[in-house]
Design a protein around this ligand. Structure first.
Ligand code: FAD
Length: 513
């Protein structure tokens, strides 16, 4: 071989120009690595999904005529990413190493090491996945500065001419239909929720491999994996989404329920793993969804715009915010939060129904939808001052789609406000009334959502006010929040005292909630 091309587990892009031609002198290497399996404690289904997708990709490349070396944990024991690449290059007497740009800063640092120390010629190629070219990120983002997603998203709509009419105006006349995306699921809606499309891969051999290598994991180990692990699976999942879920995607995007067998998935696409592993490209997803919208009258603009905003907007935006602010981002702790994450995040055993449900399904499926991540688990950590690095670690481990470039800005930035507002214009802090508005969790909860004080009062109610009072100096200036303090100030001193006392009890006894 003259060239070694290394493919990371999240670089499974069959449409990459590397694969346009077969060259018997190029050796493609895909490897399960111990450090990758252990840099955080991953959900067992996440590891199985990545390993199976990698193995499938290697088989498909080989079938297409490429030279491929797939290495399992058994083959790579004792190796780091760099040492493995170098060892193969030396063994095969290869002079050229090609890499694709990693999405995670952590991996880029390891590649930098290779650039500096390898005797071979090392070249970095783009992944050809994201819509915004990496080198354009500084045109849209400034380090340590707030950049609003909405402004970025409008520029992306214009740049890529997506959902724009011929007069260069947004289709439908509005940029954003967010206000139409806030329906609660009513009793009559619950029976109509489609079952999620789940795949059925036998992964007992992977579970055994993980056990053999003492890789500790979290979550429910199931020998049947239901996540997509090939390009074809991703396309099937996308087609299923466009057909059955897109017609109601925007409408129920923020809704939560525990009352149906499909509560865990609702109208969400569950495409994040396929996208992040690059089994499918964001443009493919957007194009298919828009094509379906154009041919199906049952899909209105609020549904398609809501979906496109997530992929063209949020997904590209958090990547920009990540890269412009790393490595500083991972050190931010603007609200000075230092409490330990309570143990129920690892088993779901809490009396708070919303939290138990969101954590429980995360452990069962390695998945929760956005509002559960942001407004249930995220909100709870925000209100109880959990150390952002512990929050990051939990999110990075538990979700099948969790890779640092997308996890960190969402967790530390959007959800924990630890960046002091680079991403969010105000903290996503909420009391029990938000949960009650968007879900049916409160009706069967141990706690009373209407109460602020007393042993059975929903902890979120007093914790919310504790948070607002604690950060008053920072938040009162914010025109989007200032008036909330009026409600607080109207209360008698005795009422305020009782609420804050209940909140202190909750944080002091956080393990008992
Ligand atoms: P859908 O609801 O069907 O949305 C479609 C797609 O839009 C998603 O697949 C995703 O690619 C994209 N998207 C939507 N929201 C966001 C967002 N805020 N940021 C980036 N992309 C978005 N997403 C991850 O992919 N990996 C993570 O590790 C991750 N961690 C998160 C942590 C927190 C605290 C929060 C609040 C959000 C996080 N998200 C993360 C974003 C979002 O919650 C998930 O992308 C989404 O829930 C995945 O499910 P889905 O594919 O069914 O999404």
């Amino acid at each position: 071989y003259h060239t070694l091309r290394f493919i990371l587990g999240d670089q499974l892009n069959a449409a990459h120009s590397w694969f346009d031609q077969c060259d018997p002198g190029i050796l493609y290497v895909i490897a399960e690595l111990h450090p990758e399996a252990t840099y955080v404690k991953h959900h067992v289904q996440k590891l199985c999904a990545f390993f199976l997708a990698m193995e499938t990709f290697a088989n498909e490349l080989e079938a297409a005529g490429h030279q491929v070396c797939y290495l399992t944990l058994d083959d790579t024991k004792g190796h780091s990413l760099e040492s493995l690449i170098l060892a193969i290059a030396v063994r095969e007497n290869i002079q050229t190493i090609d890499l694709q740009r990693p999405d995670e800063h952590r991996v880029l640092m390891q590649y930098k090491h290779l650039f500096e120390h390898a005797e071979q010629t090392v070249t970095l190629f783009e992944t050809e996945h994201f819509l915004l070219p990496f080198d354009d990120i500084p045109q849209y983002f400034k380090p340590q500065h707030s950049v609003r997603m909405e402004n970025f998203y409008r520029k992306m709509r214009q740049r890529f001419n997506i959902l724009m009419n011929t007069d260069k105006e947004p289709e439908g006349g509005k940029w954003n239909y967010d206000s139409d995306n806030r329906n609660k699921l009513k009793a009559q809606d619950l029976n109509n929720i489609p079952a999620p499309l789940c795949f059925q891969y036998e992964v007992q051999y992977l579970l055994e491999r993980l056990a053999r290598h003492n890789i500790t994991t979290i979550g429910k180990a199931d020998n049947i994996l239901l996540w997509p692990t090939s390009q074809q699976d991703a396309l099937d999942l996308l087609a299923y989404f466009c057909e059955h879920l897109l017609p109601n995607f925007g409408r129920f995007q923020d809704a939560m329920t525990s009352k149906t067998p499909h509560s865990w998935s609702l109208y969400h696409s569950r495409l994040s793993f396929a996208l992040n592993a690059k089994l499918i490209s964001p443009m493919q997803v957007i194009d298919s969804a828009i094509a379906r919208y154009q041919e199906n009258d049952a899909i209105d603009i609020a549904q398609i715009e809501g979906f496109v905003r997530q992929i063209l907007g949020w997904r590209e935006y958090v990547r920009g915010m990540y890269w412009i602010n790393m490595p500083d981002y991972q050190e931010q702790n603007a609200l000075d939060a230092h409490r330990d994450l309570p143990s129920y995040f690892w088993h779901g055993d809490t009396k708070m129904h919303c939290l138990a449900d969101a954590i429980g399904q995360s452990l069962d499926y390695a998945y929760a939808h956005h509002i559960q991540r942001l407004m249930v688990t995220g909100n709870f950590c925000l209100l109880t001052d959990i150390e952002p690095s512990q929050v990051d670690e939990w999110y990075l481990g538990i979700y099948v789609d969790a890779l640092e470039w997308v996890e960190l800005p969402n967790t530390r930035g959007m959800s924990q406000f630890a960046d002091g507002g680079w991403i969010a214009s105000k903290p996503y802090a909420a009391s029990g009334s938000y949960i009650q508005k968007m879900s049916d969790y409160c009706t069967s909860c141990h706690y009373k959502v209407k109460d602020k004080v007393g042993e059975q009062a929903c902890p979120l109610n007093s914790l919310y006010w504790r948070f607002m009072v604690k950060h008053r100096e920072r938040l009162a200036k914010n025109p989007r929040i200032g008036m909330i303090y009026g409600n607080w100030d109207k209360q008698s001193d005795a009422q305020k005292h009782a609420v804050l006392q209940r909140a202190e009890w909750c944080v002091d006894n956080i393990e008992q909630l």
